[in-house]
Write a protein that binds this ligand. Sequence first.
Ligand code: PRT
Ligand code: MG
Length: 212
Amino acid sequence: MSKMITLALSKGRIFDETLPMLAKAGITVSEDPETSRKLILPTSSPNLRVIIVRASDVPTYVQYGAADLGVAGYDVLAEHGMDGLYAPIDLGIAKCRMSVAVREGFDYANAVRQGARLRVVTKYVEQAREHFANKGVHVDLIKLYGSMELGPLVGLADAIVDLVSTGNTLKANQLKEVEVISQISSRLVVNQAAYKRRRADLQPLLDAFSKV
Ligand code: PRT
Ligand code: MG
């Protein structure tokens, strides 16, 4: 009998978009994390359970082997780093882009041309640092944990680095996208040690995920 496999997911779009892939492997999750308070969800497979964690915590659970595998956005993985993780499959789900945005009236191109020092709020400090360093733009990065869009509106920052999908959030807050930093989708991440030692147990799931 093979040992339990633990899959780490976050609720919301990642859980919702991962379900159909599990279904392709004949696996259903017995409870809905939106309504259940349980953090450990059994599945129709006695050898597979799902744990529900914050999106940005998925790599941590997998890195330390508390989950054998997980699904996380490239934004989260790039920020966390790949220590102890193996990312064999880009699932092409939860797609969006990471962009720079400013207030509608702000002339970003001109500020950059003038060599101005920009204040930027973001949850993605590492990716923002790399982007502006590559462009040779001087920035003071201020870390926020949410509602980045507010920063430029109340004078905390000149610009934000955040995820954009429809652009509606930016529009609703009189912000405009001025640069796309990267295209983002979610990847399957596997604990490196588990990938080596439990390959046979994990293979059916890896196959199901790679069929997308
Ligand atoms: O919400 P929580 O703080 O727990 O964590 P989270 O926001 O990281 O989790 P979640 O579930 O919202 O996002 C999980 C993953 O989905 C992210 O890591 C991304 O890889 C991916 N994803 C895809 C997105 C979006 N699209 C997205 N639009 N994550 C966030 N957004 C947010 C964005 O930050 C902005 O506030 O939606 C807003 C913009 O959306 P539009 O459609 O108005 O442009
Ligand atoms: Mg969110």
